[in-house]
Design a binder for this molecule. Structure first.
Ligand code: SF4
Length: 402
């Protein structure tokens, strides 16, 4: 049986997503090679970060990715960001923080945000890009903050904004223009390298996205194809950058999204346990159940969470997972990079594994399609070298896909 592809599929009609992981690694190498033009900008920023003690200096690859992210988001959203007053963006940013902090008020906050986001934030198709300046960057950051989908990205780009405040307008414009030009190259090139894994994004935007109008995810579900490609490369860069720290952790925890369950509620018998759910193993074919068993065998913990925000919500998240634990975050392409940065910010070195496809009822599919991952990739990330176990997991994957 062929799996329905909502927006992306890492399997591209194959039995597993092994080829995707090879292609994503090769394309990331190409991106980083091409990004050498940005290295002087990155070097000057690293010097500023160090001199001003902004944060522990991170790798040039990570800062390069931040510039690519800025250029990409600028090309898509900087025009939309000019249309809204700071009063409205402030209200929406407040509601976004409220929904993260207060589960009781979340439905009310989401209802209001859905209406406001559809009126003020929903992206347009205008092909216009505002002048590369600090003023327009600040407007873009306010717009991103208002969406509630870019909390980690905004945090990082604020550091860049503060750095650029120390430079002349001409230098700022030159740096941002360089990021935009690189993003232009990236969009075109990524379509050739990774486009086969995102075949239905445009169709989804044209035919299905209207159903998200007036809903809280009206902006999140409107992501363009290039944003999927951006996150794919971001996930690869993040895994490389945080690998050494992750390997040094004594305990590993795998965070699973609820869309991996074979049955949705109420058929799924998982018991709610505060921030996460406890799988009772009601369904042998369920991927969550399989991963729980693998975790018991290979010594990693598995946490099934309703939403990544609940597991990484500050002290509560640390209570659930513990300190100094290596995290393997499993999420769909659109959520992965911000989740990784969030975990890193909490002192939990992250690695990520992408869901092979998206399918949750909340954002992507009316009935919901159980999601899945590449077990071989998970084994490689955790460092499990038990070939027999990997082989069994592959077989189970084949059985589940059939
Ligand atoms: S096996 Fe666990 S996660 Fe899967 S449907 Fe049953 S209780 Fe839910």
């Amino acid at each position: 049986m062929r799996m329905e592809v909502v927006t992306y599929s890492l399997r591209n009609g194959q039995f597993n997503s092994n080829q995707y992981y090879q292609d994503a690694a090769a394309f990331t190498d190409e991106v980083l090679k091409e990004a050498k033009v940005l290295l002087p900008i990155v070097g000057r920023f690293q010097e500023y970060v160090q001199n001003e003690s902004i944060e522990a200096i991170r790798s040039a690859e990570e800062y390069t990715f931040e510039l690519l992210m800025l250029g990409t988001l600028w090309r898509i959203y900087a025009d939309d960001a000019q249309d809204i007053s700071s009063g409205w963006t402030g209200i929406m940013a407040y509601l976004s923080r409220l929904r993260q902090r207060n589960q009781t008020l979340k439905p009310v906050a989401d209802g209001i945000r859905g209406v406001l986001a559809t009126i003020f934030l929903a992206p347009t198709d205008r092909a216009w890009s505002p002048k590369a300046s600090l003023k327009h960057l600040d407007q873009l950051l306010q717009w991103m903050e208002a969406t509630g989908d870019h909390v980690q990205e905004v945090r990082r780009l604020h550091n860049w904004s503060e750095y650029w405040e120390t430079l002349s307008a001409g230098q700022v414009s030159g740096d941002i223009e360089a990021a935009i030009a690189f993003a232009r190259w990236f969009e075109e090139r990524s379509l050739k390298s990774l486009g086969k894994y995102t075949p239905n994004v445009e169709q989804f935007l044209q035919e299905k996205h209207r159903e998200h109008r007036w809903k809280e995810d009206v902006v999140f579900s409107a992501r363009r194809r290039v944003e999927y490609h951006l996150n794919m490369v971001g996930a690869e860069i993040m895994n490389r950058s945080f690998r050494a720290d992750f390997q040094q952790t004594k305990h590993k925890a795998v965070i699973l999204p609820a869309c991996m369950r074979y049955h949705s509620k109420p058929k799924c018998q998982a018991r709610s346990n505060g921030l996460s759910c406890e799988c009772t193993g009601c369904e042998p074919k369920c991927r969550v159940n399989m991963l729980m068993k693998l975790g018991q065998k290979h010594g990693f913990s598995v946490h099934l969470v309703p939403h990544e925000s609940s597991v990484f919500s500050g002290d509560a998240g640390k209570q659930l997972i513990g300190e100094g634990v290596g995290i393997v975050g499993i999420a769909c392409v659109s959520n992965l990079v911000s989740g990784g940065w969030k975990a890193k910010g909490l002192g939990l070195p992250p690695q990520c594994v992408l869901l092979d496809h998206c399918g949750c009822r909340k954002h992507w599919h009316e009935q919901g399609i159980p999601t899945d991952i590449n077990f071989g990739r998970l084994y490689q990330i955790i460092g499990i070298t038990d070939e027999k176990a990997a082989e069994n997991a592959e077989k189970a994957q084949g059985a589940a896909a059939a």
